[in-house]
Structure formats: structure tokens, C-alpha cells
Ligand binder design. Structure first.
Ligand SMILES: [Zn+2]
Length: 119
């Protein structure tokens, strides 16, 4: 493991996603060939901002436990309004990045965490 981080948006800056921090760290600390070989593991699929950063720095595969369509449905089920940024999947924002996910056996647990976070 080269880098790990967590979501820090509760500190007030809604751009403080760990996936963006990973891309920025990789751009500053990894050679391009090493970035292309790297895999990023995340609990939730990258948002458009992070997917773009991932693509721009040339990182490799992304493995995500839950997808953007799942998150969008879960938040809608909770009655939350749609966000101000289009919920585009990685495959649309950075189509050259290989992805794997969602992982079906994590769906119930991750959905429950979102319910807890938004109640
Ligand atoms: Zn993000």
C-alpha cells in the first residue's frame, strides 16, 4: 500500500475526497509507469471530480465496492435532493480507466452506513 486516506468533507470543504488526494499524491510522488500499474481501491465509486483527476494523472485500475447508481438510488430513497454535480460513473468521465465494481456482497452494509450518516 502506497497511500490511504478517508473522506474529509465533514470538515466543510466538499472537494476533500480521498480519491482526489490519492490522484494528487500519485502525481507528485509516482513515476508515470508506476501510476499506470497502480490500482485504487475505494468503498464508493469515484465522483466526476475524482474520476477526472485519476484519469489526468494516469493512474490504473479502480476497484469500488459500491457504485454511483447505487449511491444515487440510496440517497433518493432517503428523500435527499439530487446533488449539484451530475452523478456520472467513472466509465463516462474517464472511459480509458479500467474499473471493477460494484461488489454485490457489500451493498447492504454500505447502504446501511449511508442511512446512518444521513439520519
Ligand atoms: Zn470525489
Amino acid at each position: 500500500m502506497l497511500f490511504e486516506d478517508r473522506n474529509r468533507v465533514k470538515d466543510g470543504d466538499h472537494t476533500r475526497h480521498p480519491e482526489l488526494a490519492i490522484a494528487q499524491w500519485a502525481g507528485a510522488n509516482m513515476a508515470p509507469a508506476d501510476r499506470a500499474e497502480a490500482t485504487v481501491y475505494t468503498s464508493g465509486e469515484h465522483c466526476p471530480m475524482c474520476a477526472a483527476a485519476h484519469g489526468w494523472v494516469g493512474l490504473g485500475r479502480i476497484v469500488f465496492a459500491s457504485s454511483t447508481p447505487q449511491l444515487t438510488q440510496w440517497l433518493s430513497d432517503l428523500g435527499l435532493p439530487a446533488g449539484r454535480v451530475a452523478p456520472l460513473p467513472i466509465s463516462v468521465v474517464a472511459p480509458g480507466v479500467p474499473t471493477e465494481g460494484p461488489v454485490a456482497e457489500f451493498a447492504d452494509e454500505i447502504r446501511a452506513l449511508h442511512v446512518l450518516a444521513h439520519r
